[in-house]
Design a protein around this ligand. Sequence first.
Ligand code: FES
Length: 183
Amino acid sequence: MADAVVSTAEPTRRDFLYLATTAAVGVGAAATVWPLVGAMAPDADTVAAGAPVELDLTPIAEGQIVKVFWRGKLIFVRHRTEAEIKAAQDVNLDALRDPQPDSARVKEGHADWLVVYGNCTHLGCVPLGNSGEYNGWFCPCHGSVFDTSGRIRQGPAPINLPIPPYTFVSDTKIRIGESGATA
Ligand code: FES
């Protein structure tokens, strides 16, 4: 099993704390942390192995979005605030291009955590977190706007940010790459 570790070097920073995952090599895999922009290349062993990665949620502050890589793909893990959850739940589904209730995009009992793939569903740019009219994500390439559930609300992207397979192995840890029992 591979691990992913969050840096707490800048606990007040709301966005773009980059995480790097490491592959397990024997017992007690080491984890490497690149706290911010710059050295964000995923660990080659992890990418090659395609194994599930575990992420400790404890250091991720409410309102913060972190980025992890799994199978070479960028994933956003967002610790949603009460206001962000409410905004996501209160949306009229008829108004959505890709109608999906917020409850179908989070795990039961864990509405404060949103886990989505991190590339825009238009042409693959990386949207900016806590941005855009709905304070979800804004894609600067062509103006797609996603809400706090990662659903497309404006712009050319045709569908919501997809949800990767993941499961809660405890209240404070998720395993990305493995589907859980709950939706
Ligand atoms: S790639 Fe995001 S709007 Fe085009």
